[in-house]
Write a protein that binds this ligand. Structure first.
Ligand code: SF4
Length: 718
């Protein structure tokens, strides 16, 4: 990556006049104007505007060409941090914005069909029904749930404000099942989220992640690790493209990653491969951890994980002796019943070897001494709000009693428990749900139960640019503008006051998400909390701390003035190999390997992994966009030739995957690129939803994340 900006600086790239001029040169354009530099090409009517693709969290720089109210072309911006790269989703932005199946006007359910209504009617009726729910069941009977488009979205703190003004603690974002438990696990060890220093690392450990599909602008950096004498270690039950290039690929059984991490720790400690000076200076709880890691010797780890003992030993030596090493862990680590514990154990490998907060290792997102609310522990803890602050909500959020640390770290409800609250009134009734850019009927575990649950709601509202599966079952559907039509913020600037105008005018009668929330608040009589006429105004309003939790604030925030901040923002100020915070919440303080409750047996002999991203799609989105949909027209379940033979399954034929919770039928792809005991079912297909097979009650006790990648199943010819 020599000569390129590191990952973190890419996040915080800014457009300057100079970079725009560079972009103009590259595009063969002679002149650039000031401000946002709208500069024409040959056709006078064409306007080129730099912006950011927000389809995924890579936030690639783009240049959009518009003609009137039409987006006619999208290209990568060579002057941006992502240097001109965009993927097929970015190129498809024009199709997405102008798709023929975009929602055009608000819809209201009328029996089995929808009828068109005005915005005024829709908002006034929704407000009336929400107030009825509030009067009958209490304000906490409303939940708001956002999806993938809201990842790192600046509206999140305003949604918290909306919920608090209404009186409900139940805002859930995609954090309920994506990334948040990675942040929690790292923060429990290091007091901060961590990012890999790809540029300076001598070794990269990629664990349960597939950057080729999930972080395409940086995939080449990961792939290049195996070259020039550097080391690439990949841990994944699937031989991904990156794994095929790796120095060493370990393929454990799903859900056994914690045993593997503890086994690596045991080798690193017992063979004295760790950095004793770093451990002495910066780690707390080493002796206890050492005793515990010794419970996972290589022979046991081989038995549990299926990773050969020799590979375990080699991986430990490569990691410890070829430092500094950076780690890139992903959702493949999170989606198990021991996800947070596994993230902690993996982070501890870096702590043992002295790879945290050093060049080439894991970089702290939260700098020492940062105030808690300025530089939040997990990113969604970025909470400030303008005055007047709505009165605090007395009720605890749904999920708090089962997963209190999730709430402490994220200040959100755990959306995985919403279905139970709808069906069983636990911990109290949930009767109204507003989905914003979220499609849980396809993307959340236990699809069948969730369908039953939404039938019990008094009101289901979906805000979305398209009629998703969840929208199609709603009482009202409100047409949202895409990010291309609304004010956007630059990557890494979520809280900064940098709203820009959209790249293209709002299509049809769609509204930007912020306007829908502000207008609904006004219809509910909560206008004093939303006095702004633009998103920019709301971002500009001075903020005060909001929803702070002094009880759990780390020492850095509570130490007497003048005390130098500790290097790591944990309660002890050190890297915690044994966590007092975990202990305080009733968990064992050291990562502890236990066999999962659900394992393959005679009826369901295979492990079921759902959810890994395919190259073509992001979750359930864009299935009707021609240039995207043509790349993959039907879902394929992947299984090993050994498993296929045992099940009587033939490559290319249709098969049924059966779990204790349901069944789906799709085409079989027989490949030796998956672990022999594993079946991989892609997610996001409404027609054959992987979540018919998943169990919403198998959750990580710390984060509440569903065990989407370590279920059990069998496969039958269809
Ligand atoms: S990787 Fe693709 S979808 Fe993600 S921001 Fe970049 S262009 Fe958009």
């Amino acid at each position: 990556m020599t000569g390129r900006r590191p990952l973190r600086s890419i996040w915080s790239s800014r457009f300057s006049r100079r970079t725009l001029l560079q972009a103009a040169e590259v595009a063969g354009v002679a002149a650039a104007a000031g401000g946002l530099a709208l500069y024409g090409r040959n056709r006078a009517a064409d306007v080129r505007t730099p912006g950011i693709c927000r389809i995924c969290t890579m936030h690639c720089g783009i240049v959009a060409t518009t003609r009137g109210d039409r987006l006619v072309r999208v290209e990568g911006d060579p002057a941006s941090g992502t240097r001109g790269f965009i993927c097929h989703h970015g190129y498809a932005l024009r199709e997405i914005v102008h798709a023929s199946d975009r929602l055009r006007v608000p819809l209201k359910r009328d029996g089995a069909a929808f009828r068109e209504v005005s915005w005024e009617q829709a908002l006034s009726e929704i407000a009336g029904r929400l107030n009825e729910v509030k009067a009958k069941f209490g304000p906490e009977a409303l939940a708001v749930q956002t999806g993938w488009p809201f990842v790192r979205h600046p509206l999140v703190h305003l949604l918290h404000r909306f919920c608090q003004a209404f009186g409900t603690p139940n805002l859930a974002t995609v954090a309920s099942l994506c990334e948040a438990s990675l942040r929690m696990g790292k923060a429990l060890v290091a007091g901060s989220n961590l990012t890999p220093d790809l540029r300076r690392a001598k070794t990269l450990l990629v664990w349960g992640a597939n950057p080729t599909f999930t972080a395409p602008p940086f995939a080449h950096l990961c792939a290049a690790m195996a070259e020039n004498g550097r080391t690439l270690l990949v841990v994944d039950p699937v031989r991904t493209e990156l794994a095929a290039k790796a120095t060493l690929h370990l393929a454990p059984r799903p859900g056994t990653d914690l045993a593997l991490a503890l086994g690596l720790a045991h080798v690193i400690i017992s063979e004295r491969l760790y950095d004793p000076a770093y451990v002495e200076a910066h780690c707390a709880g080493f002796d206890d951890f050492m005793v515990h890691a010794a419970l996972c010797p290589p022979a046991r780890v081989e038995r549990v994980t299926s990773v050969p003992r020799e590979s375990l030993l080699r991986a430990a030596h490569l990691f410890a002796e070829n430092g500094p090493a950076a780690t890139w862990d992903g959702l493949g680590v999170e989606h198990h019943e021991n996800g947070v514990e596994t993230v902690r154990a993996i982070t501890m490998l870096s702590a043992l070897c002295g790879y945290l907060d050093v060049p080439g290792g894991g970089q702290l997102v939260r700098k020492p001494g940062a105030r808690f609310w300025d530089e939040p522990l997990p990113q969604l803890y970025r909470l400030g709000t303008p005055e007047p602050v709505p009165p605090p909500v007395a009720k605890k959020s749904i999920g708090y009693s089962e997963h209190p640390l999730y709430e402490v770290f994220n200040r959100q409800a755990q959306g995985m428990l919403f279905a139970r609250a709808m069906l069983e009134d636990q911990p109290y009734p949930l009767r109204a749900l507003i989905l914003i850019g979220s499609n849980p009927l396809v993307t959340a575990p236990g699809a069948a139960r969730l369908r039953q649950a939404v039938e019990k709601l008094s009101l289901l509202v979906t805000v979305d640019p398209f009629l998703s599966e969840s929208a199609s079952r709603s009482d009202y559907v409100l047409p949202a503008s895409t990010f291309a039509e609304a004010a956007v913020v630059a990557a890494g600037e979520d809280d900064a006051k940098v709203a820009r105008s959209g790249l293209v005018t709002e299509q049809h009668q769609s509204w930007p998400d912020w306007k829908i929330v502000f207008e609904l608040a006004r219809a509910l009589g909560l206008g004093k909390y939303f006095p702004w006429t633009s998103f920019q105004e709301a971002l500009d309003a001075p903020r005060v701390p909001f929803m702070q939790d002094a009880e759990h604030t780390p020492r850095a925030d509570t130490a007497p003035p003048g005390t130098p901040p500790p290097r790591f923002s944990t309660p002890s100020g050190k890297l915690e190999l044994s966590s007092p915070l975990m202990e305080r919440f009733g968990y064992f303080p050291i990562p502890d390997w236990k066999e999962p409750a659900e394992r393959p047996g005679p009826e369901f002999p295979l492990y079921l992994m759902t959810g890994p991203r395919t190259r073509q799609y992001i979750n359930s989105q864009f299935r009707t966009i021609p240039s995207i949909a043509s790349k993959l027209t039907e879902p394929c379940v992947e299984l090993h030739p050994v498993a296929a033979k045992a099940a009587g399954v033939v490559d290319g034929k249709r098969v049924t995957v059966v779990s204790p919770h349901g069944r789906v039928t799709m085409q079989a792809r027989v490949t030796d690129g998956v672990h022999p005991e594993v079946v991989v079912v892609p997610a996001g297909w409404a027609s054959a939803s992987a979540n018919q097979l998943t169990d919403p009650d198998r959750r990580d006790p710390v984060s509440g994340f569903p065990a989407l990648r370590s279920g059990i199943c069998r496969v039958e010819p269809a």
